[in-house]
Design a protein around this ligand. Sequence first.
Ligand code: ADP
Length: 190
Amino acid sequence: MIGLIFGPPGSGKGTQAAHVESVFKLSHLSTGDILRAEVARGSEIGKEAERIMRAGDLVPDDLIIRIVQGILRDPNVSSDVLLDGFPRTLEQARALDEMLAKEGHKVDFVIAFVVPEDLLIERLLHRAEVEGRADDTREAITERMHEYRKLTAAVLDHYRNAGVRVIEIDGVGKVEDVFERIRIALDQAK
Ligand code: ADP
């Protein structure tokens, strides 16, 4: 089972992905978390990614595709995965489809959060005070929102056109209420 989870920055995607991981027994792979770990380790990839991420821009497709390829090929990684933050561009989506097709797999479902932008900005500025993430400045937030709007719609259309179920989830409300919406949608999808 391969699921994708999409949501603009601040949509609560990471929190919900953790719940989906434990309830539906999928391993949650977040490319944002992977990149932040590389930055923290000071690896070559981390050095390349740090400046780009700080500005709220996307790292190059080939870099992130190589990282995901390495993980999906790893025999220790379960074949039931929930990908979070990838694919973000059409190029990445095509690369993912190709990687999966080689193993006889495909994307089974896509979850996409819908949250009004003013609420997202409010949540992110609050998170900036609490967590101090390097890309939670007003400028980087605006840039990340812009990237998301510009690119994600095309990726969602790509999967809709391929006949993959794209489940839109209203991301406004309490964490448990939002998760309940996801649970119902995924149970129906089985
Ligand atoms: P958010 O959704 O809150 O912006 P993520 O944790 O998913 O955050 O990603 C943080 C940053 O990591 C992105 O702004 C981007 O610079 C980089 N990144 C993560 N995933 C990708 C990807 N698939 N392609 C390119 N850049 C990525």
